[in-house]
Design a protein around this ligand. Structure first.
Ligand code: ADP
Ligand code: MG
Length: 300
């Protein structure tokens, strides 16, 4: 495209809340035939809420909640925020004091799985089944049934392990964005195939995908794995756009032919992307591609 055409298109994009970082991004977007969507915070609202909590050991609720708060207060993950919020509400007088003065040491993030640390002299892990597997924490039949009940409802289960034993769990729900299904179906009409990639588990991922009308799903994928899925698609001749919001999406945003970041997402994702959807509305994925198609076809 000519510099003038690019300037006009990027200006037009900007007024509609679609920030296009230069002519290259605009050129590449018109060829996209495959869009890979992150799940959490991209297809979903990204503000998860806890809908239930269960205790699965002798540890009483109050102690359990204080321990969980002490751990999750260190995490930036939206699930962590929901868990902290809910755990506080379980405490008498909604005690807001973080972790009740418990000392947290050796806080660690396990990407795509959860977090862990020492709380006092206890070892605590908060995250999914993969985290439990990696840490050799047994998941028994009672825990499994809590999982299957909730995952059928597209809820994510968060397990809390204390000293190598599951002590309790939270069920978290994160509703899909109201425009998500419409956007996926419109993209199909435009000849673009939508795929979902997520660090979340297969059952929750499949339930969400069904809700938005996506047939191809990659679940339980870590951040580098997300980039690998993009490269696989490219190796099969696809021109791929990735839409994501998190730090965990940045390798995939870079690997994609066109990276699109959700405006409400993390700075790292916004920096890694070619296009930023300022309004965090998925309809702007269409706006961006449409703008590119119109600009490029006008020139050739
Ligand atoms: P997504 O790709 O859907 O944005 P992530 O890769 O960020 O998800 O995380 C994958 C999964 O790891 C989450 O669905 C959750 O089960 C678990 N997880 C990650 N961080 C945390 C945390 N701080 N607390 C609890 N669970 C977590
Ligand atoms: Mg995300």
């Amino acid at each position: 495209a000519t510099p003038t055409a690019v300037m006009v298109a990027t200006g037009k994009g900007a007024t509609q809340g679609v920030l296009i970082k230069g002519g290259n991004a605009l050129e590449k977007a018109h060829k996209v035939n495959t869009i890979v969507f992150d799940k959490t915070g991209t297809l979903t609202v990204g503000k998860p809420e806890v809908v239930s909590v269960v205790l699965l050991s002798e540890i009483p609720m109050e102690e359990f909640c204080h321990t969980v708060i002490a751990v999750e207060a260190n995490s930036e993950h939206p699930i962590a925020k929901a868990v902290v919020e809910h755990a506080k509400n379980q405490l008498p007088d909604h005690k807001s004091q973080i972790g009740n003065g418990l000392v947290v040491k050796d806080f660690e993030v396990h990407p795509g799985a959860g977090v862990g640390c020492k709380v006092g002299d206890r070892t605590v892990l908060v995250g999914n089944k993969k985290l439990m597997r990696l840490s050799n924490v047994p998941v028994d039949a009672e825990v499994e049934s809590y999982f299957s009940d909730n995952e059928k409802l597209a809820r994510t289960c968060v397990l809390v392990a204390i000293d190598g034993k599951v002590a309790g769990a939270f069920a978290v729900t994160d509703p899909v964005k109201p425009e998500a299904a419409k956007v996926v179906s419109f993209l199909r009409w435009m000849g673009i195939n939508s795929i979902m990639v997520t660090g979340d588990n297969w059952s929750t991922a499949t339930a969400i995908a069904k809700e938005v009308g996506i047939e191809n799903v990659f679940a339980e994928i870590d951040p580098l794995g997300k980039a690998d899925r993009i490269k696989d698609l490219q190796a099969r001749g696809k021109i791929v756009a990735m839409v994501g919001d998190g730090i965990n999406d940045s390798p995939a945003l870079v690997a994609a032919n066109v990276g699109m970041a959700i405006g409400a997402g993390t700075d790292v994702a916004i920096e890694a992307a070619d296009i930023v959807l300022i309004k965090s509305n998925l309809e702007d994925v269409i706006t961006a591609i449409d703008l590119s198609r119109k600009t490029i076809s006008r020139i050739h």
